[in-house]
Design a protein around this ligand. Sequence first.
Ligand code: URA
Length: 244
Amino acid sequence: MALQRLDKVLSLLGCGSRKQTGAAIRAGRVSVNGQIVRDPAHKVTPVQDVLLFGGQPVRWRIGRYYMLNKPAGLVSARVDNLHETVLSLFPERERKRLFPVGRLDKDTEGLLLITDDGAFAHALTSPRRHVAKTYAAQVEGRLDLGAPQHFASGMTLADGTVCRPAKLEVLRTENGLTAVEVTLWEGKHHQVKRMVAAAGGHVAALKRLSIGPLRLDEALAPGSYRELSEEEVAALRAAASEGK
Ligand code: URA
């Protein structure tokens, strides 16, 4: 896993702002694998390196983190007055403080992160971070020939919404449906559906395949979830801090 700056890592793991963690490092309050390190830019290896902050071990995973294969028909919210939410898939005793990271439409399937770590969720969903999200879509209708270029250059939708450059890959057309993969570096409301509509198609089915470096585990049936490993959590944190 990529090396990362010590001050940034400590801040992401809840030890304080970058300024506070930098000051603590310079003051000799932080050790890495038993050695005091006084350089905030010192590079550490997520999960492998043992960090002590003020003598206390720093855990690389500070909350609960799950990968859910969201089925169609559930809403991505903690509570909803009308519809069942994705949290209904978790036993009641596990649900406490959990929430979905960002939103998928009710009819969208696929990778949805569930956590109780607000800073982690914020880092992954902040419009300033630009973490890549890839979707598989089945598209009805005829996409414009220039659709991939249209996506790549970014587009302004009819209602004035500005979409940053995105990637559209046309995979195949069968029985009137075109299979495409779309990668976005932002997350506007119904964005895949609206961009595809602007390129002449209609999204008949949508599934999220990946968020940054994390791909949906194909062993997970729709409606099932599993805990993320420490490595997966650290890789997502790194992607959020680098914006990829
Ligand atoms: N784009 C959409 O249109 N819907 C989703 O659920 C996610 C991205």
